[in-house]
Ligand binder design. Structure first.
Ligand SMILES: Nc1nc2c(ncn2[C@@H]2O[C@H](COP(=O)(O)OP(=O)(O)OP(=O)(O)O)[C@@H](O)[C@H]2O)c(=O)[nH]1
Ligand SMILES: [Mg+2]
Length: 298
């Protein structure tokens, strides 16, 4: 049997978590049309008769602006040394150095991944948004760079060519043992997943700078017979953001709570009572204490 760890790395919002979920066949990481959705390393496990692939989804790499950003950058680039293979995901047409990959963070990642000896695969995602000739030119330009063993175009949202990525990885992974039981899709506990689902629903409702300052803390997580009781706090950075999250007459918070509850119920297979609050914590992204209690520290 083949097995190994595969780091998924790239700039924010290119579709890393969407691709992870498509490869694993289950939603193990939240996704949103906002940069910096993923904040932790999240393992998602793919199993078939021949192999086990432990994917490591990582936060999109950008220049850190605060301690949370530093943690995220460390979580992303720190996944490289342990990887048996690296998936570099991009969603654009050109090479970073030509500005085609939105500048410096793409270059930083490329530099880092060239420093590891593991096989590297390039995934050009969101091909549904690219004209075929643009894709062809990008493919040829990347091929000429000679960094990647394979280059695959995908549309992660529709599962297009996702199986090709898995097949390419299988060629490169070493013989080994399974690291996880074969019925487990992620290493993250229900408590973490619940907090992420709540954050995802909040992100879907929010715009501009509000999402970046949102975090979710789980105050209570009790699994009873057929029912799970969860008490959670959505943290906002500013008082005005708290108002935006709650919405007129509390409608937005109710919507966030309802869609989070329904998804958590589907996942746990129990009824869920979700008690949701919003609190203001100015500067939490630079507070060691808050980062620690929210799980943004190793
Ligand atoms: N059109 C299109 N959209 C996609 C595709 N893959 C992902 N998306 C969308 O792109 C957005 C970002 O996807 P994510 O999977 O959250 O991206 P990410 O790279 O994990 O982002 P961070 O965690 O912020 O680094 C979401 O709105 C996805 O639905 C694709 O193949 N085509
Ligand atoms: Mg992500």
């Amino acid at each position: 049997m083949k097995s190994g760890f595969v780091a998924i790395i790239g700039r924010p919002n290119v579709g890393k978590s969407t691709l992870l979920n498509a490869m694993v066949g289950e939603k193990v990481a939240i996704t949103a049309d906002k940069p910096q959705t993923t904040r932790n390393r999240i393992r998602g496990i793919y199993n078939d008769d021949e192999c086990q692939i432990v994917f490591v989804d990582t936060p999109g790499v950008t220049k850190p602006k605060n301690k949370l950003g530093e943690y995220m950058a460390g979580a992303a680039l720190g996944a490289l040394p342990d990887a048996d293979a690296v998936l570099f995901i991009t969603d654009s047409y050109g090479l970073p150095s030509t500005g085609g990959d939105a500048g410096d963070s793409g270059d930083v990642i490329l530099q880092k991944i060239q420093g590891v000896s593991a096989p590297k695969i390039l995934v050009i995602n969101k091909t549904d948004l690219m004209a075929p000739d643009r894709f062809k030119r990008a493919y040829e330009a990347w091929e000429a760079e000679g960094i990647f063993t394979d280059i695959i175009g995908t549309t992660a949202t529709d599962g297009v060519n996702v199986a090709d990525v898995v097949a390419a990885l299988k060629k490169h992974l070493p013989e080994g043992v399974g690291y996880f039981p074969d019925d487990v899709a992620t290493d993250r506990p229900g408590r973490f997943i619940a907090s992420e689902i709540i954050r995802e629903k909040a992100l879907h409702y929010l715009r501009d700078e509000v999402p970046h300052g949102v975090a979710v803390g789980i105050e209570k997580y009790e699994e009873g017979r057929g029912v799970t009781r969860i008490s959670a706090v959505i943290y906002a950075e500013k008082k005005s953001h708290k108002g935006i999250i709650i919405g007129k007459g509390g409608r937005k918070l109710k919507g966030i709570g309802k869609s989070a509850r329904e998804e958590i119920e589907g996942l746990l297979g129990t009824k869920v009572f979700l008690d949701l609050w919003v609190k203001v914590k100015p500067g939490w992204r630079d507070s060691d204490f808050m980062l620690g209690s929210l799980g943004y520290r190793d």
